[in-house]
Design a protein around this ligand. Structure first.
Ligand code: ATP
Ligand code: MG
Length: 588
């Protein structure tokens, strides 16, 4: 019996505790679900909600998903999976300016790749906040009519000045007490395109003296003539994120709305808004609850879309899926695995206070999964010719090598052995340094899974560089044959037959930044880019590697884990990316 590739024991956390307590209290029992997102009447006529809880993953389609999003995806989809719930895949596409279809497609790809899906109970819970523009607008009219919102015609500067600071409270707007009918008329004119961008905003009417700035009559709609990637030009007013998000959650009957800590101060507004709309009969209780957790901060990368966009646009990398990038699209090309990410999410846990996770933790999770699953192969990354002078030129032997040292059930493969081989340049020293047990004149080593050889000397070019190493082999020393273990050697080196080898491009990837905290202390983060993050070499691989399929992953023995690149490999001509080395070379 083999163990599951990667065991992920569920560690409890404060969010799981909240969900478990809510389920035990029956807080969300008795909810109905109308089959699709909608206002109270949609759900009132529905069935008892088949989902015990509803969570959502709500990216804005304005960039590719990064490693931080993986934490949120594993958390939200993981809770739904573990508690008989559903996780909605929702595009938070209420900001028309930076959003694009390309991002929508890449996001769906990445979530699916991580192993999650949003089709449950016969419906695909794939939603777009822009589909809710009508409901959001209806809610805005209700707020105006019920005296909870007004149209403010102050300029942006006036609004800012009247907002107050952390220590000074704000000042009521001269428009705050205008007649409801007047606000409603203005709001309708805003929607009808009668006013210029920025000339007025709709504001919630809460409390200008609140110690929480977010409750000082926050703007909830603005005029913006921008074409939306889904709704085109049908709207010239757009809701603010903090207004849109609670409504999206309520329309979808989300129970636990999990977000990062910077939204903690928004929670009072989240609750205020939903309670007002519930009073107006737009939403039924129980209302969604917002829960905040600490975002992922990872050393040696940046996890801010703004910085990632800058890296792409200024061409510091070759695009969003450049394997050096901390995006999920890049991770996939790099050879990182979904299982590795899920293990990582479990291992780092969820907490209420910000902290930094060392990049090595993520790498170790990838190694653990790859060590279990990746077949072993031979690759010579810095080839030097080895000539076995007493081996006939046209002869050939087959050597058997296990595909996985701990998994005999994965069988063995045959490696052709011939007179000329490639070995690693660093496995030979003409004059050995102390403690060097590999090839030097007069020393014996085993060619892994093959024969024991004795080094006899080397050839050099005019400038003294070694061009070939010479040796003799012992015909009765072949690994696995009777008596072969009577040869005692200290060195054991890998090789590929020069005549049979598959020569190809291999990219050696390393961390994108050389500093743990890129751009710390006001420094330009670009100055911390690691120029060694990619090295392209020409390597010699065991012959069958020519047939590797895109995304097939291997351990190149002694070197690390590698994957056949899914973008640049051609049929019969794969190129390989180093995913991660066997050991962490960055630990101080
Ligand atoms: P960024 O700050 O990089 O622009 P974002 O928060 O604006 O990211 P969204 O597309 O709005 O990106 O995020 C979608 C979801 O992913 C949100 O619920 C957000 O809380 C979560 N998320 C984003 N970054 C992280 C992170 N570093 N760690 C954990 N969750 C994150
Ligand atoms: Mg955001």
């Amino acid at each position: 019996m083999t163990k599951p590739a990667v065991a992920t024991a569920h560690v409890t956390n404060f969010i799981r505790n909240i969900v478990e307590a809510d389920l035990a209290d029956g807080k969300y029992a008795g909810r109905t679900w109308g089959g699709a997102p909608g206002l109270a009447d949609t759900h009132a006529g529905g069935v008892a909600d088949p989902a015990k809880i509803r969570t959502r993953f709500p990216p804005e389609p304005n960039g590719y998903l990064h490693f931080g999003h993986a934490k949120s995806i594993c958390l939200n989809f993981g809770l739904a999976r573990d508690y008989g719930g559903v996780c909605h895949m929702r595009f938070d596409d209420t900001n028309p300016e930076k959003e694009e279809q390309e991002y929508v497609d890449s996001i769906l790809d990445a979530v699916r790749w991580l192993g999650f899906e949003w089709g449950t109970n016969g419906s695909a819970h794939l939603y777009y906040a822009s589909d809710y523009f009508d409901a959001m607008y209806q809610a805005a009219e209700y707020l105006v009519e019920s005296g909870h919102a007004y149209v403010d015609e102050q300029s942006a500067e006036e609004l800012r000045a009247a907002r107050g600071t952390l220590t000074e409270h704000g000042v009521d707007s001269p428009w705050r007490e205008r007649a409801t009918a007047e606000s409603l008329a203005r709001l309708r004119e805003m929607r009808a395109g009668k006013h210029a961008d920025g000339s007025m905003v709709l504001r919630a009417k809460i409390d200008m003296s609140s110690p929480n700035i977010n409750l000082r009559d926050p703007a909830i709609y603005r005029i913006k003539r921008a074409t939306h990637h889904r709704t085109g030009d049908s709207w010239c007013i757009y809701p603010m994120y903090t207004y849109a998000h609670p409504i999206e959650d309520a329309l979808e009957r989300v129970t636990h709305s999990i977000c990062t800590l910077e939204f903690e101060d928004q929670r009072p507004f989240y609750d205020w808004l939903l309670v007002r709309l519930a009073e107006g009969g737009m939403f039924a209780r129980p209302l969604p609850q917002q829960i905040e957790f600490a975002r992922l901060n990872l050393t040696y990368v940046v996890l801010s879309k703004r910085k990632l966009i800058q890296l792409v646009e200024e061409k510091h990398v070759d695009g969003w899926d450049d394997p050096r990038m901390p995006t999920l699209a890049a991770a996939r090309r790099r050879g990182y695995t979904p299982e590795g990410f899920r293990l990582f999410a479990e291992r780092i846990g969820v907490s209420k206070s910000d902290s930094w996770i060392d990049y090595g933790v993520l790498e170790e999770c990838m190694r653990e999964h790859l060590n279990e699953t990746a077949p072993r192969r031979t690759a010579v990354l810095d080839p030097l010719k080895l000539v076995i002078d007493n081996f006939p030129a046209d002869a050939e032997e087959q050597c058997l090598a296990p595909n996985h040292p701990q998994k005999p059930e994965l069988g063995k493969r045959s490696l052709p052995f011939a007179r000329e081989l490639w070995i690693e340049r660093e496995d030979f020293m003409e004059i050995p340094s102390k403690g060097f047990f590999r090839l030097y004149p007069g020393n014996n080593v085993r060619l892994r899974y093959g024969f024991v050889i004795e080094c006899t000397g080397c050839d050099k070019d005019a400038s003294g560089n070694v061009t070939a190493v010479h040796c003799n082999y012992f015909a009765d020393s072949k690994s696995g044959t009777p008596g072969s273990d009577t040869y005692k050697v200290k060195g054991n080196i890998h090789w590929v037959s020069a005549r049979h080898a598959y020569r190809c491009e291999v990219r050696l990837y390393d961390r994108l930044f050389r500093e743990a905290h890129p751009g710390a202390g006001e420094r330009d983060f670009l100055l911390d880019l690691n120029p060694e993050a990619r090295k392209t070499i020409s390597a010699q691989l065991e012959p069958a590697m020519q047939n590797a399929q895109p995304e097939e992953r291997f351990q190149f023995e002694r070197h690390g884990y590698f994957v056949a690149d899914r973008a640049d490999s051609k049929p019969g001509a794969p190129v390989f990316n180093r995913t991660v080395t066997l050991k962490d070379a960055w630990q101080k």
